[in-house]
Design a protein around this ligand. Structure first.
Ligand code: ADP
Ligand code: MG
Length: 261
């Protein structure tokens, strides 16, 4: 390659914002010459460098936007500790087909059994497939809503929460919701219905939802939409947080409702 050609190629790559290809031009043209690559093999390698770098950047950005409290993967989950969970079912969910179909996933169970861990793991699996995700606890959502009401931007919040293809609502049911919050959740679930998936975690069984919403009819309407196309994972088991203490014989049974992380 002449210096002139080299300069023009670099210019094109920069103009097209193909920065990783620009970086890799020198080492890959050298390697191609040494190894006798075909033109096509060279093109494949240099495109691959650009695509891989962009994908890695996209995953970092989407993970940042998702607001996970901590990163967790399915590989980090000890299925042997929680035999009530069907590992196959979780692996199937981690293919994230449910998001393409606009279906929901609900994790139910007592504190510490891995509901948040699994919700995040599915969220990270979704991001790996370029799906946008937003995570919030119901408590944080309520705090946002109370600020939004004062600033008259509830509609904006609703639109913002409808944008990500996958919305994770963590910890439904730790405390009751007021009428405004209950109605907001009804609107959120209705608007996302069949359009955007929701993963929801709760320590309450569906029978107790009337108490969370202080309104049986509204609770039934929300559950109706949430459950219509959905998978429920019921986790019945011991808290992973307390396992070391249980091993040491400090607890035989859960002593008190424990504080969440
Ligand atoms: P929950 O949301 O059900 O209260 P978490 O998902 O927050 O429980 O789990 C509590 C802690 O224990 C987290 O750090 C989580 O990663 C870990 N954990 C829970 N279950 C398991 C498990 N089966 N294997 C590995 N880690 C687990
Ligand atoms: Mg949790």
């Amino acid at each position: 390659m002449t210096d002139l050609t080299y300069g023009r190629v670099q210019g094109h790559l920069h103009r097209l914002k193909l920065t990783r290809m620009a970086e890799q031009l020198d080492p890959l043209t050298e390697e191609a010459a040494k190894e006798g690559w075909t033109y096509l093999a060279f093109l494949e390698r240099i495109l691959d460098a650009e695509v891989s770098a962009r994908y890695a950047h996209e995953v970092v950005m989407k993970t940042r936007l998702a607001h996970f409290p901590f990163p967790k993967t399915l590989d980090e989950f000890d299925f042997a500790f929680q035999p009530s969970i069907n590992q196959r079912q979780l692996q199937e969910l981690a293919t994230v087909r449910f998001v393409a179909n606009g279906e929901n996933v609900l994790f139910l169970g007592p504190p510490g059994v891995g509901k948040t861990h699994l919700a995040i793991a599915l969220g990270m699996a979704a991001i790996a497939q370029s799906i946008s995700v937003y995570f919030t606890t119901v408590a944080d959502l309520l705090e946002m809503l109370h600020k939004d009401i004062q600033e008259d931007r509830l509609d904006q919040r609703l639109r913002m929460l409808c944008k990500p293809k996958l919305l994770i609502l963590d910890e439904m049911g730790y405390f009751p919701l007021d009428r405004m919050a209950a109605q907001f959740l009804f609107q959120l679930v209705s608007r996302r219905y069949l359009r955007g998936s929701i993963i929801l975690t709760s320590n309450k069984s569906y029978g107790d939802w009337g108490d969370i919403f202080a309104d049986q009819v509204l609770a039934a309407a929300i559950l109706d939409r949430l459950l219509h196309h959905s998978t429920t994972v019921n986790i019945r088991g011991h808290s992973y947080r307390l396992r070391e203490k249980r091993k040491a014989g400090i607890f035989t049974e859960l002593p008190m409702p424990e504080k969440e992380d």
